[in-house]
Design a protein around this ligand. Structure first.
Ligand code: CDP
Length: 204
């Protein structure tokens, strides 16, 4: 069984996807980390601004050890991820890894931007997790321990625009996804709603 969890930055999809994986005993892949690894490697190899050849080279030679790099969660690396994520060759280089991970028995939960639309269009359950930009900025501010709320909000808006407006696999809910707006939910309520949605899709 494949569960696709998509949505914009800081909507809660990572926490929800991890909780779903735990609940169902499935494997979990944070696909955003792959794009973050490419962004970070491209900066380290070629500096900034990131060039397309540096990004493609980084995507073709990803080092699995960097999956645990502490710098991956920086907002700067999140922005770099969304810059390299517009490049079709980068997306193509990461596609097969994500698809084969999704097929790992007994099941997998993948979170990202294009899981339900491009990576796993045949996923058994698709969730689109969203929340207002203001609520997401508050959450990200807390997570990062950042002081400047307006700067975090501006980053979130810039990333939303880049992710939604790109031509290659833009951020959009799959037509058969269930949308969960978590603006007014705490994380426990959001996880419970997600579990209930997936349970309803499970084969008897
Ligand atoms: O954790 P957060 O939602 O802030 O970001 P993330 O999931 O780590 O993703 C970082 C960036 O990678 C996103 O802004 C997207 O541009 C890109 N991404 C993507 O294009 N496709 C995916 N399946 C996952 C991430």
């Amino acid at each position: 069984m494949i569960i696709a969890v998509d949505g914009p930055a800081a909507a809660g999809k990572g926490t929800i996807a991890r909780a779903l994986a735990r609940h169902f005993g499935f494997h979990f892949l944070d696909t955003g980390a792959l794009y973050r690894m490419v962004g970070l490697a491209a900066i380290r190899a070629g500096g900034e601004p990131i060039t397309t050849p540096a990004a493609i080279a980084a995507a073709l030679s990803l080092d699995p050890a960097s999956f645990t790099d502490a710098d991956l969660r920086n907002e700067k690396v999140g922005a770099a991820a969304s810059i390299v994520a517009v490049i079709p060759e980068v997306r193509a280089a990461l596609l097969e890894f994500q698809r084969s991970f999704a097929r790992t028995p007994p099941g997998a939960v993948l979170d990202g931007r294009d899981i339900g639309t491009v990576v796993c269009p045949d996923a058994h359950a698709k969730l689109f997790i969203t929340a207002s930009a203001e609520v997401r900025a508050r959450r990200r501010q807390l997570e990062l321990g950042a002081t400047d709320y307006e700067a975090v909000l501006a980053d979130i808006r810039a990333r939303d625009a880049r992710d939604s407006q790109r031509t290659a696999a833009p951020l959009v809910a799959a037509t058969d996804a269930v949308t969960l707006d978590t603006s007014e939910m705490d994380i426990n309520a959001a996880v419970a709603a997600a579990v209930a949605t997936v349970e309803a899709r499970r084969l008897p």
